[in-house]
Design a protein around this ligand. Structure first.
Ligand code: ADP
Length: 301
């Protein structure tokens, strides 16, 4: 196969591992900087140019699109889809998962466990919004934060009220969420490839930190997940339409709740914690599924 990896940085661990795994299996692979791709959007013959070259002949594309370039990145991916190139994750699925509110709504529609979540633009009654999610302590999240930035724990009703008020006052939309205290600053990262959890790890936040993100000083360890957690992760991936993703789950008193479905999950933490060849699993998935024009949505709807 001829595989393209959309990644802004060929030196990243995840990108390097995917290149390595593809080459090991005898594939041709090329890393493309998504921001250097430009498109010709005419009828019948969509094309993509890269530094003056007309890109053609790819069988598969692995999008590793950072949150800050979601808009342009998914447009480029959509163009590849229109050209019949098979995407590891489809552009529509990536867009769904990037919008935290849309993702919560889709997951709730399928009855998947979620922390009680409220969303507001300019509520007349912030107190009612707070009451709706069970009162303080509660978590307030910016819609487009990553790596734990923009996630605030408000311990009292007064604190919650003033933080929500300031964000909304600056026209910044926020999610207000029940705080799952019993998770104890840890969460589960379930790595799904092709409808199966191929690896799972537990992430524990640094001492006194409720956020478990590795970027915030958290640490990862191997864990056995329960059948209920496994099926929650698989259903969440399916609901988003993602072939490959990281499903973040909190262990709550009312069962597993999904916090986020990440469409470009990092490989370093999970491969090191579990000693598994996840990059290899991803390339095998492509080998089993690539067919020209097999994309379900081709960027539509
Ligand atoms: P990001 O996408 O920025 O990583 P998350 O929504 O995943 O944001 O939150 C970051 C971390 O904060 C999570 O990994 C988790 O440890 C903690 N966290 C988030 N939401 C809750 C919640 N409702 N209850 C308890 N802990 C939470």
């Amino acid at each position: 196969m001829k595989i393209a990896i959309l990644s802004r940085n060929p030196k990243l661990y995840s990108t390097q591992r995917l290149v390595e795994a593809a080459k090991l299996r005898g594939h041709e692979v090329r890393v493309l900087d998504v921001l250097r791709c430009y498109m010709n959007i005419t009828s019948h013959r969509p094309s993509i140019h890269y530094k003056g070259e007309d890109l053609a002949g790819f069988d598969a594309i692995i999008p590793r699109i950072g949150a800050s370039v979601t808009f342009y990145g998914t447009a480029v991916l959509r163009q590849f889809e229109m050209m019949g190139v098979y995407p590891l994750n489809e552009s529509v699925a990536i867009s769904r998962s990037r919008d935290k509110l849309r993702a919560c709504q889709l997951l709730s529609r399928k009855g998947i466990g979620l922390p009680i979540t409220g969303f507001a633009n300019k509520p007349d009654d912030i107190n009612d919004l707070i009451k709706m999610v069970g009162g303080a302590p509660l978590v307030i999240k910016l819609l487009e934060g990553t790596q734990g930035i923009g996630v605030v724990l408000a311990e009292t009703r007064k604190a919650a009220e003033s933080v929500i008020e300031s964000f909304l006052g600056m026209n910044i939309s926020v999610l207000v969420q029940e705080f799952i205290a019993e998770a104890g600053g840890s969460d589960l990262r379930c790595f799904v490839v092709g409808g199966k959890v191929v690896a799972a790890m537990k992430r524990q936040g640094a001492e006194g930190e409720f956020r478990s993100n590795i970027h915030r000083g958290g640490s990862a360890s191997l864990i056995r997940i329960t059948p209920e957690e496994r099926s929650t992760a698989v259903r969440a991936a399916k609901t988003m339409g993602l072939n490959v993703c990281g499903v973040d789950i909190l262990r709550s008193n009312h069962g597993p709740v999904v916090m986020e479905v990440n469409s470009s999950p990092g490989l370093e933490g999970i491969e090191k914690a579990t000693k598994k060849d996840i990059a290899g699993e991803i390339i095998s998935f492509l080998e089993a599924n690539v067919k020209p024009g097999k994309t379900q949505t081709k960027g539509a709807g």
